[in-house]
Design a protein around this ligand. Structure first.
Ligand SMILES: [Zn+2]
Length: 446
């Protein structure tokens, strides 16, 4: 599976002298990369020019396998006032992503071949990033009857999920794991016990009480993670825990992994950066799962550094400004993430010394691709040239008004961070060069 965009004919290019970080091939050092007709044809030291168009990689830039965000909401079909596939992939490449997996909670839900094909067609027309559709677990994501999982897989879905809703029924989850494993697909679950969540809108604790907001305990998530790990062991199927936020969930994943259960998990930046101490009535702080307490946040950081967490995903959830401009209780859950995650990760995880560059690439490129069964994973000769170029030291100010996403709902507006995306190359073609980063213009028209 190479996504929807295939390599195009073009001049032979040679990226010269960059720091290449590719955990798949154990590379972290200065290498040249030759791109021939959109495919990687050579990666080595001091490659000869041989008539190629030279791109001198500026000092300090890092070239890595293309980042993949395995959890985004593109909103099309049905909610094009929030985001379209075209605006979503435009935001994705500006955020450094060469591929995104889009959740099925569109309107109608992506529970059938027709919707999957529509998404892939729109993605091809946009022609920027690969789009990997996630099909629904159940018809209409209603949690009653399984969708036609085999057909969704044949149409191009890479996983199944009822994200937005948990798969609350344990037997349905069991069957989903059994069927999905026949197609080597993971079941991505939004773990949250509906009865414990109730109509809560913030993490249950001191701050929700102080603000008079109804609480959602971390246990609402953790009990379903425990259940899903147990069901993964029962069925041999692969469960992937979406947007994990609670320390009890991390504990369940860790012990499942120790028993060799097929369980993987992702964390979103807001859950390893912010806590409920940051809560106010600002609806850009309302997301599901909610911002949790310091112990939960610290346990996400621990999981990122000790290897329990497999993936950083954004849960990019664009909403129209009018929809968020209401009381906290009635506002929709979610924030955008595609265009903020790289500066946040570089500033908070790399420059603090918590994670190495190579571990970050594992979390944002290698592991999401592997979990979704995508190729290529890494800078592999003969594979499509999907590359992300990072400028880890570039100063960035997050400015929501400049986002390409139609959603500007972020709590990070105005934040000053160290680290940026310099350029994004998909199938050998530069689809984004950051005008705010000195030297990134070297990749224009590449
Ligand atoms: Zn979710």
């Amino acid at each position: 599976m190479t996504g929807v965009l295939s390599a195009v004919q073009g001049p032979i290019k040679l990226l010269k002298g960059g720091r290449v970080v590719d955990p798949i091939h154990g590379r972290d050092g200065t290498f040249d990369i030759r791109i021939d007709n959109g495919l990687i044809s050579q990666v080595d030291k001091d490659l000869p020019i041989d008539g190629a168009k030279i791109i001198e990689v500026p000092r300090g830039f890092v070239i890595c396998p293309g980042l993949v965000d395995m959890h985004v909401h593109l909103r099309e079909p049905g909610q094009e006032h929030k985001e379209t596939i075209a605006t979503g992939v435009s935001a994705a490449v500006a955020g450094g992503f060469t591929g995104v997996a889009c959740m099925p909670n569109t309107d109608p839900v992506n529970d059938n071949v027709g919707i999957t094909e529509l998404i892939l067609q729109k993605a091809r027309e946009a022609g920027l990033a690969h789009v990997y559709p996630v099909g629904a677990v159940s018809l209409g994501s209603k949690g009653k009857q399984l969708a036609e999982i085999g057909e969704l897989h044949s149409a191009g879905c890479v996983a199944i999920s009822d994200d937005g809703h948990p798969v609350a029924d344990a037997l349905l989850m069991r069957r989903a794991l059994e069927y999905a494993s026949m197609f080597r697909m993971p079941v991505i679950n939004h773990c949250e016990d509906p009865s414990l969540k109730g109509d809560g809108s913030a993490h249950e604790g001191y701050y929700s009480s102080a603000l008079g907001l109804k609480g959602i305990p971390g246990a609402a998530e953790a009990v379903m993670v425990e259940r899903d790990v147990t069901l993964a062991e029962l069925t041999g199927g692969h469960v992937h825990i979406a947007h994990m936020s609670a320390k009890g969930s991390l504990r369940a994943v860790r012990s499942g992994k120790e028993r060799n259960a097929k369980v993987t998990c992702e964390v979103a930046p807001h859950h390893f950066i912010l806590t409920d101490e940051h809560l106010s009535y600002d609806t850009n702080l309302k997301m599901n799962p909610p911002l949790r307490d310091v112990a939960d946040r610290d346990s996400m950081l621990e999981g990122l550094s000790d290897g329990t967490v497999d993936v950083i995903a954004t849960d990019h959830a664009p909403h129209h400004v009018d929809e968020k401009a209401v009381e906290f209780d009635s506002a929709p859950f979610g924030i955008v993430g595609l265009e903020t995650v790289v500066p946040l990760v570089l500033d908070r995880l790399l420059h603090t010394g918590l994670l190495s560059c190579s571990r970050i690439i594992e979390l944002m490129a290698v592991n999401p691709a592997r979990i979704l069964g995508l190729e290529p994973c890494g800078l592999t000769v003969g594979k499509v040239a999907d590359l992300t170029v990072l400028a880890p030291d570039a100063a960035t100010e997050i400015s929501a008004s400049t986002f390409r996403s139609l959603g500007h709902n972020t709590p990070f507006d105005g934040w000053n961070l160290r680290g940026s995306v310099a350029a994004t190359i998909v199938a050998g073609r530069t689809v984004y060069a950051n005008a705010n980063v000195q030297g990134a213009s070297a990749f224009e028209h590449c």
